[in-house]
Design a protein around this ligand. Structure first.
Ligand SMILES: CC(C)(COP(=O)(O)OP(=O)(O)OC[C@H]1O[C@@H](n2cnc3c(N)ncnc32)[C@H](O)[C@@H]1OP(=O)(O)O)[C@@H](O)C(=O)NCCC(=O)NCCS
Length: 209
């Protein structure tokens, strides 16, 4: 698959084209029984969501149409502004998946994060979205948490991709963190984000959100 990878602002790609890409990809997830909140977005929600994000697109060299995208929103950790980026809208058109497009987007995303001096990239994905889980692990992401946010109808893994070395990104730390989150979340919430009695208590105590 021959694609050009660029920042959105360097292309002629429109929000409408990316919005329809997202709808196509997440409609397939819906058919697989995985509801992702992006499917409920309107074009305005979508534009607002990517407004301040770094958006990287994969454009098919032949047609000039976008066949993949990834967005990275910058966050602060404590006092450090732009400490990490949250990978959100990662999607490759259904007909060209497994041809290396996602890997090319990933490479550009990691380079952008490194150029910005970010310490790490965060991401999450439904535990049932096995292609996405495998993709992230293969590209160097480490599972470091477990959640039920209500944004999907399944539990999700959270991942961390180290850009700079730190305690937070060591395999041991991530494994321990994952185990703690797994136990707390499974006792606190169902897969759709509804709280069990213990969850309500832990939420009141601000242990979980
Ligand atoms: C996840 C996704 C972005 C991967 O993009 P892609 O272009 O298909 O991925 P690549 O071709 O670069 O694959 C790289 C590696 O990821 C893994 N992978 C990708 N798709 C896979 C699948 N369907 N099953 C198993 N492993 C898969 C493989 O290890 C693959 O390497 P290999 O082909 O050498 O074995 C794409 O499948 C997608 O858009 N999925 C739907 C939306 C989604 O799940 N988004 C992410 C979180 S919300």
């Amino acid at each position: 698959m021959s694609v050009i990878i660029k920042r959105l602002e360097e292309t002629e790609v429109t929000h409408e084209e990316l919005f329809s890409l997202i709808k196509e990809v997440f409609l397939k997830r819906e058919e697989e029984g995985i509801h992702v909140s992006y499917i409920d977005f309107t074009i305005d929600d979508f534009s607002l969501h990517i407004k301040d994000a770094i958006v990287i697109v994969a454009v098919d060299e032949g047609s000039g149409k976008p066949v993949g995208m990834v967005s990275l929103r910058l966050f602060r950790d404590g006092e450090v502004l732009r400490e990490y980026g949250y990978e959100e809208l990662l999607a490759v058109s259904n007909s060209v998946q497994r041809l290396g497009v996602g890997s090319q987007l990933f490479k550009a995303e990691k380079k952008a994060a490194s150029n910005l001096g970010l310490s790490y990239i965060r991401s999450d994905t439904s535990v049932k979205a096995t292609s996405s889980v495998t993709f992230h692990k293969k590209r160097g992401y480490i599972i470091d948490g477990y959640q039920s946010s209500g944004l999907t109808n399944t539990y999700s893994y959270t991942f961390i991709l180290p850009i700079k070395r730190s305690l937070k990104t060591t395999t041991f730390y991530c494994k321990v963190r994952f185990l703690i989150f797994f136990v707390i979340i499974r006792l606190s919430k169902d897969s759709e984000g509804n709280y069990y009695p213990l969850g309500k208590l832990l939420r009141k105590l601000k242990v979980i959100s």
